[in-house]
Design a binder for this molecule. Structure first.
Ligand code: NAP
Ligand code: G4F
Length: 331
């Protein structure tokens, strides 16, 4: 039997690397789209690099998308590429819209041209709920995005739904709540906390500066969430699904768990910095993944506390091996 073929945009990112491993384990031929850069940023996929077929492309460039789809001939397309850091979306609002909004249309158009029979997954976000209209949030909760990133993702979500309805494409939108791992970028709050807790424990740092400690998120483990992406594309009908744990925790709780894990007191190590507050904040997100449980049989396996402890342990191991590993990603 010939192997199924998958194309992942954003394969060098946190989710892309876990999804690539997941699909390889299931016998897929995995293709990835990567941006050209003067220095390669393949740290997260180093361990599987020789089992992947990489294609150079960019969500800003239509030609490269059509060529990538023609070369990879995917049965399944996972569109994970995006400018994913919410805080940066106020600094680069139009670029964020180009990548994370219009980029979705470009890829869907390329799919219509090159492989209309493929199945398409769009990485939508709980950030679209923003100033939430109900608690918990479901597939039917109206959006009220609070950042240029959230606005761009709302466009990406609706264009995915629209191409499903207009052209009959198998196009699914996964509305994923925050998910983290030892491979999370260092700028996101969980990883910033776990990296600093480890660095303070090892005497490499003394202080951690944070913004809003009261913000609450529904945080899960990225490994659990890529399984949900795959399950969605195995459904005969394309649809929208919320993926979440159903529990919210504050940044403050995350701090406490991380510092407990290294056995260091928070006193004197943590400062709040008004410069890290956002122009418009999302105070609390909490999702109801009941539809995914009923239809896909999906449930998260890693709890919030296990996740944060796992991330702290990975950062301790990373920094013990290489105290200069400011930019490195743990496995
Ligand atoms: P991530 O680690 O920041 O990875 C983003 C990926 O997108 C990287 O591979 C990056 O490539 C690529 N990329 C960015 N701009 C691109 C462009 N113009 N053309 C091609 N590739 C581009 O993000 P993640 O956490 O894995 O998230 C994956 C997706 O899920 C994103 O769309 C994100 O917005 C969405 N999402 C994430 C979460 C979460 O909590 N993690 C929740 C909901 C939705 P480089 O390596 O070249 O920068
Ligand atoms: O870790 P964060 O930067 O993640 P955020 O903004 O929730 O976005 C992540 O989840 C979205 C899904 O809801 C994704 F779509 C998106 O791509 C990304 O993966 O911030 C979480 C919370 C915020 O309320 C922020 O204000 O933590 C608060 N926070 C407090 N101090 C901080 C900091 N966030 C960061 N990044 N850095 C701080 O120092």
């Amino acid at each position: 039997m010939t192997a199924r073929r998958a194309l992942i945009t954003g394969i060098t990112g946190q989710d892309g690397s876990y999804l690539a491993e997941f699909l390889l384990d299931r016998g897929y031929q995995v293709h990835g789209m990567v941006r050209r850069s003067s220095t390669e940023k393949f740290e997260r996929i180093e361990q599987i690099r020789d089992r992947l077929e990489l294609h150079q492309g960019d969500l800003l460039d239509q030609r490269s998308l059509v060529d990538t789809l023609r070369a990879s001939r995917p049965d399944e397309i996972y569109n994970l590429a995006a400018m994913s850091y919410v805080a940066a979306s106020w600094v680069q609002p139009t670029l964020t819209a180009e990548f994370s909004g219009i980029g979705v249309t470009r890829l869907l158009e390329a799919m219509r041209e090159a492989c209309p029979e493929a199945r398409f997954y769009q990485a939508s976000s709980s950030e679209m709920f923003g100033k939430v209209r109900e608690v918990p949030q479901t597939e039917l909760t109206p959006f009220y995005p609070r950042s240029p990133y959230g606005v761009a993702k709302a466009y990406g979500h609706f264009i995915t739904v629209n191409y499903r309805e207009s052209y009959g494409l198998h196009a699914t939108s996964g509305i994923l709540f925050n998910h983290e791992s030892p491979r999370r970028g260092l700028e996101f709050v969980t990883r910033k906390i776990t990296w600093h807790a480890a660095a303070i424990k090892l005497g490499l740092q003394t202080k951690l500066k944070l913004g809003n400690l009261d913000a609450e998120r529904d945080w899960g483990f990225a490994g659990d969430y890529v399984r949900a992406m795959w399950l969605m594309l195995q459904e005969d009908q394309a649809d929208d699904f919320v993926i979440a744990t159903g529990s919210a925790h504050s940044v403050r709780e995350c701090l406490q768990i991380a510092f407990d894990q290294v056995g260091v007191s928070l006193d004197g190590h943590v400062e709040t910095d008004p410069g890290l507050l956002r122009p418009a904040e999302v105070e609390q997100l909490i999702g109801d993944a009941g539809k995914a449980k009923r239809m896909l049989g999906w449930e998260p396996e890693v709890s919030f506390e296990e996740l944060i402890r796992m991330m702290v342990d990975a950062d301790l191991a990373l920094l013990s091996r290489d105290p200069g590993a400011r930019r490195a990603y743990g496995r």
